[in-house]
Design a protein around this ligand. Structure first.
Ligand SMILES: Nc1ncnc2c1ncn2[C@@H]1O[C@H](COP(=O)(O)OP(=O)(O)OP(=O)(O)O)[C@@H](O)[C@H]1O
Ligand SMILES: [Mg+2]
Length: 243
């Protein structure tokens, strides 16, 4: 892989994500998320565990902008999302967040490189950062995918024709391109066996360290915690939600 590019020049004491008094419940239901305070610092990797149905994907949906909180604040790299327009929110997320979804959300009918460069279409700053280490975003996607173990043959195929493990690598490359400040990953290893799962997380960690990206990785599988700087439980964060 080429030399890494810097992300947003954050210091390790800076916060890439701060949640304050965040509350969310689906319509008619009780509050599922009620978090007084949660913070991730620049460069930090955090494992968030919680049983199935406890609200992990819901929390990532709030951070990723698919869901809107009933109250409270979400700050990404010091920018408060709840006080700005939805267009500005989309831009901040596109610039600063890399997202690995539970089902990857790759586009199956297009190729590996075309999937990987999608974030650079939505964010000029990620495109510009990618262009600091490669002459084109496509070349940067190739460098990332080969660093993650995808072969030239894999790159010639549509993503829908790849194995689950290969698709996971595409999802990681797409999240990493353009050095986002924070990567959020929703149980991307649930379909893997033990050895492949550990290898996948190590690959994700090595790659995101090169870019200086922070990581929030959620899973119900507590045995994964040792791969990360810090582990937290959603139940403990959710202090005011009745067990
Ligand atoms: N769109 C929705 N409308 C109403 N309730 C929902 C919706 N999505 C999720 N829920 C409910 O919210 C709760 C939390 O769901 P969520 O998907 O966040 O859990 P999770 O911790 O990610 O679980 P898993 O480990 O199985 O992925 C569940 O009880 C679920 O049924
Ligand atoms: Mg989930």
């Amino acid at each position: 892989m080429n030399l890494p590019y810097q992300n947003s020049n954050l210091m390790s004491t800076d916060s890439v994500l701060t949640l304050t008094d965040l509350q969310f419940g689906y319509s008619l239901g009780p509050n599922l998320i009620d978090i007084p305070h949660f913070e991730i610092k620049a460069g930090e990797s955090v494992f968030l565990r919680g049983p199935s149905g406890s609200g992990k994907s819901t929390l990532l949906g709030l951070i990723g902008g698919v869901l809107t909180p009933q109250s409270g604040k979400i700050s990404i790299c010091g920018k408060e999302l709840t006080e700005i327009s939805s267009g500005q929110r989309d831009k901040i997320r596109a610039d600063h967040l890399g997202i690995i979804f539970q089902q990857f959300n790759l586009l199956p009918y297009i190729g590996v490189i075309q999937n990987c460069i999608l974030p650079c279409r939505f964010s000029a700053s990620r495109r510009n950062r990618a262009l600091r280490s490669s002459h084109s975003v496509e070349a940067e996607a190739e460098a990332l995918t080969s660093g993650l173990g995808l072969t030239d043959e894999d790159l010639k195929r549509k993503v829908g024709e790849l194995s689950v493990g290969q698709q996971q690598r595409v999802a990681v490359a797409r999240a990493l391109i353009g050095g986002p400040d924070l990567i959020i990953a929703d149980e991307p290893t649930s379909a893997l066996d033990h050895d492949n799962r550990d290898r996948f997380i190590e690959l994700l960690n090595q790659s995101r360290e090169k870019f200086g990206s922070s990581l929030l990785f959620v899973s119900h599988d507590q045995t994964l915690a040792s791969h990360f700087d810090r582990a937290v439980s959603l139940t403990e964060l959710n202090q005011r939600v009745a067990a």
